[in-house]
Structures are given as C-alpha cells and as structure tokens.
Design a binder for this molecule. Sequence first.
Ligand code: A2P
Length: 295
Amino acid sequence: METITLNNGVTLPALGLGVYQSAPEETADAVATALELGYRHVDTAAAYFNEKEVGDGLRRAGLPRDEVFIETKVFPSDYGFDETLHAFEKSTRKLGVDQLDLFILHQPRPGLFDRTLAAYRALEKLLADGSVRAIGVSNFKPSHLKRLLAEVDVVPAVNQIELHPYFQQPDVQSADAELGILTQAWSPIGGITFYPGPWREDRMNVMRDPTIAAIAETHAKSPAQVMLRWGIQHGRSVIPKSTNPGRIAQNLDVFDFALDDEEMTRIDALDTGKRAGVDPDEPRGDFYDRPIPEA
Ligand code: A2P
C-alpha cells in the first residue's frame, strides 16, 4: 500500500475505507472485512453514528493498534474548546481506542467562526498532549482556511473535501497545496452523485461517465478503480465507502496499474464545477445542532 506523509511527518495509507452512509448494522462487518483484505485506514465521523461499530470491526480484525490509521470528525454541535475536548472522549470511547491518528473538524461554521476556532484550538491541545497524531479540517474553502490560519498555530495536516471527477475544486486543491495541507477526497468514486437523498436534482452520476468507462475498459478495471487510481496518482488520500465485500476488495485493487498522462488529463477535463453535496457556506438551519450522543 502506498503511503502519504503529512506535514508533521505522520504517514497514512493512500487509500482507506469510508463509512459515510454505512448502516450501523453493516459497519462492523465492512471494517473487519476491509482490514482482513489489507486496508489499514478507516475514516469515520461522530455524525455518521457508527463509531461504536467501527470499533467493533477493529477489535474483530485483531490487528495491533499502531497498524491501523483511525480518523474521525468532530461535529459542529460539539464545537467550542471544552465541548471539543469532550467530543474526543466520546469518539475514542465509542471507537475503543486511546489515541486517534487524525481528528478533524467536520465542517466550517462561517457564521459561528469563533466556535469553529475554539474547536480547532482544542484539536491543537489534543495534538500537543499526544492524544491525537494529526489534526485537520473538512469542507474548508480557501476563505475558511485563511480565516483559520490567521488565528491558530498549527497548519491542518488534512482538508477532506468533496472530490470526484465531476467536482474537483481546483481552488481548494491549490490552497491546500500552497499551505502544505493534504487534500483528502470524500466520495472519491462519486457516491454523492448517485446516493438517494436531499441532494441537487441536476446531479449527473459519474459512475456512468463514458470517458471513465472507456479508460476502465482499456485497463480491464472498473470505473470505480479508475477514479481511485486517478486520485492516488494526483497524490490525494482517497476513502471510498463500501459495505459490499466484493467492492471493498475491488477498491483496494488499484495498485497494479497506472493511468498515463493523457488519461489523467481526460479525467481532469470532466470537472463540471458543480458540487453534488451541500455548500459549506450554506446555512442549514439546525442541522449542525444535532446532538452527538454520549459514549
Ligand atoms: P456499496 O456500499 O453498496 O458498495 P463514495 O465513497 O464515492 O461516496 O461511493 C460510495 C458509493 O459507491 C456507495 O453507494 C457504494 O455502495 C458504491 N460503491 C463502492 N464501491 C463501488 C464499486 N467498486 N463499484 C460500484 N459502486 C461502488
């Protein structure tokens, strides 16, 4: 498995298992299966409401703790300094671990930026005392990064954003690169372009894209594998979600082929500039106030 080195020297596998939208009752099996197949990175979030099941899967796989990179996210309802320290306790208890490899803010709250900053300062404290090995953010636009960096000491190691061939966010990627922040792709195979849910009605399903299908055929790989390979070759961290054992295995099988420059460029050219998920600047009523249960 290829690894990526973060700006503080910590390394993580280039590909990990995502569990957004993994039903709790399927999550432990998915995590245990992935770890048995060779995955060594799992990305979850307090607000996915499946951290306990991720922990069950980890224990079932029985690997030494330091062989698995565990990432989770604080939800905005837990932003604030003390609240975020407590969110760390909730997440680690649910996961059944003492230390997190990566702990990130789930979302900027542009209208409540003081609380966002206080939450980040709690991440800095957790980093300083060794409770977490790296800290970061998610869904931050360049404007949010700028506001954050004007006030804090530690440059985030990671910015996890919606990133698949139809929505590539070149402005965020450039800002991340300039600042030494790793861009981590959520929905790297475009699940957000076809999940049922309250998303944009004009979404196009990237899994059915003809350019990607043609490239996949050339390599005798699937469209999902081509999209993952494209992300990894661009130096990004990718965290495809699947609860299906065959697809979990398929998504890991992307290290025995390479896309050439022309294929990479053809996929780069598919960017529509239209996000399928929610704009981080959009106020969402009380969505971000949803409480995260105690462990
Ligand atoms: P499933 O869990 O049934 O496999 P993303 O991580 O980009 O959001 O994509 C996740 C979505 O893509 C889920 O709906 C998942 O369903 C599906 N998926 C995961 N791996 C593959 C694959 N290799 N081929 C097709 N669909 C996949």
